[in-house]
Design a protein around this ligand. Structure first.
Ligand code: AMP
Ligand code: GLY
Length: 426
């Protein structure tokens, strides 16, 4: 008998994780809570939400689950790993005291300052009055960040003092992002290309995955509102050997060592959001999990068995793993509901999904889908599908991914047409 694995979450990232898990020879059964209509093709989906820790624990114990993999940030920051471990379960992901690396921007900034990890200069504020006073003499543009989780939307880039003052009001007084805005980080504005580097961490050892570049804005040419991510590509040609060397010496291991020194041993995935500034790479943010849609392009290219890697992280044996990626490229184009990230309609039937069946280098990861009462797959979120293709080069992967976006249809389908266009500049 192979292992039984439970995946917590129900977006495109979790579909990508489930796909990798399903390729492992060591696994015979996969559950997902709650999963989605795409995950349902490879896992048994159970209608328990990611924040219902005790219900997930009860279910996992009942089904003798051997391994739980947690996808999203909310349950990790909320302490799901501690709850499941207390019930004797084996879990991949950081405990609550380590997930704070993503859960509090003030914490992560203080950590970087204390351990000399390159990042933007900043100040932290607990009340609006002090923040407003500080802004009077601060250089513009400036960046405001709500301390807590805010669906990737709690960051405001302000060009003028007026905008910045209004931003402080929204975050700290109007509580636009809820309690995430009880504290505020005000940060130096930096310029440069952004790169995402995901890594596996076992508490001591860190092994990075291949790099990726996200496209966070809703519209072409990086216009429109910030979203969870409208598509991406891997590897990033801008993540050169020189950049990698700098980050290895100044960022990656130093972060893991810092967390350990603080008594917050980190096991799981650390996602480094980097900006390649004229002064060198700087950390924009940490996430304590796989990115979404970064997982779709990175895991698709991973050759190592994900279960071997995850096991090694939990057991502190990551040093023994030879983490391998294919020498190819992947591009993911998100098909969203028009109107995302603000308001959009759901419940439209999706057709053409069968076109992806039996094709090794094309994937249609489901982000927001479900079965309706008639058993049809319908849209159920802002980001609906992550159409992903691999190819020998980024150019080939990009052409294939865009071709495949035509294979599926649903009402109000919306996508960016310039995902991966930056590679043409190289
Ligand atoms: P974060 O959630 O911290 O990654 O911020 C979201 C986005 O805001 C980043 O992907 C950047 O595009 C932008 N951003 C964050 N911090 C800065 C900064 N200090 N300077 C310029 N842009 C930033
Ligand atoms: N794609 C960015 C994130 O997962 O946070």
């Amino acid at each position: 008998m192979g292992m039984t694995v439970l995946i917590v979450g129900g977006g495109g990232r979790e579909h990508a994780i489930a796909t990798s898990v399903s390729k492992s020879k060591r696994v015979s059964k996969i559950y997902a809570t709650p999963g989605n209509a795409g995950i349902a093709a490879i896992a048994e989906c159970v209608d328990i939400k990611a924040m219902e820790f005790e219900k997930i624990a009860d279910f996992a114990v009942e089904k003798s689950v051997d391994l739980v993999i947690v996808g999203p940030d909310d349950p990790l920051v909320g302490g799901i790993v501690d709850v499941l471990e207390a019930r004797g379960l084996r879990v991949f992901g950081p405990r609550k005291n380590a997930a704070i690396l993503e859960g509090s921007k003030a914490f992560s900034k203080d950590l970087m300052k204390k351990y000399n990890i390159p990042t933007a200069a900043y100040e932290t504020f607990d009340n609006a009055e002090d923040a407003l006073k500080y802004l009077e003499t601060a250089p513009m543009p400036i960046v405001l960040k709500a301390d807590g989780l805010a669906l990737g939307k709690g960051v405001l880039i302000c060009n003028t003092l007026e905008e910045a003052k209004a931003g402080v009001g929204e975050i700290m007084l109007d509580k636009k992002f809820g309690t995430a805005g009880n504290r505020l980080v005000i940060e130096e504005f930096m310029t440069g290309r952004e790169v995402s580097v995901l890594s596996f961490v076992d508490g001591n050892t860190i092994k990075t995955m291949s790099s990726a570049q996200d496209h966070k804005r809703a519209k072409d040419n990086d216009e429109g509102l910030n979203t969870g991510g409208m598509g991406n590509f891997s590897p990033s040609p801008f993540y050169t050997e020189e950049v990698d060397k700098f980050c290895k010496e100044n960022i990656y291991q130093r972060t893991v060592d810092a967390m350990k020194a603080e008594g917050r041993e980190f096991k799981g995935v650390i996602f480094f959001g980097l900006m390649l500034t004229p002064k060198g790479p700087r950390v924009l943010e940490y996430n304590a999990r796989f990115g979404d849609p970064e997982a779709q392009v990175v895991l698709t290219r991973m050759e190592s068995d994900i279960i071997d890697v995850v096991d090694a992280c939990i057991d502190g044996k990551l040093a023994d793993i030879d983490l391998k990626f294919a020498d190819n490229a992947a591009v993911c184009v998100v098909l969203a509901s028009d109107g995302y990230p603000l308001s959009y309609e759901k419940g439209f039937e999706i057709t053409g999904l069968e076109n992806f069946e039996g094709k090794d280098d094309y994937y249609c990861f489901h982000a927001g889908t479900k079965f309706n009462e008639a058993g049809k797959i319908v849209t159920n979120g802002g980001r609906v599908l992550g159409v992903t293709a691999t190819g020998a080069t980024l150019k080939e992967a990009r052409a294939k991914a865009y071709e495949a976006t035509k294979w599926v249809s649903f009402a109000n389908k919306y996508m960016r047409t310039d995902i991966g266009k930056a590679i043409e500049e190289v």
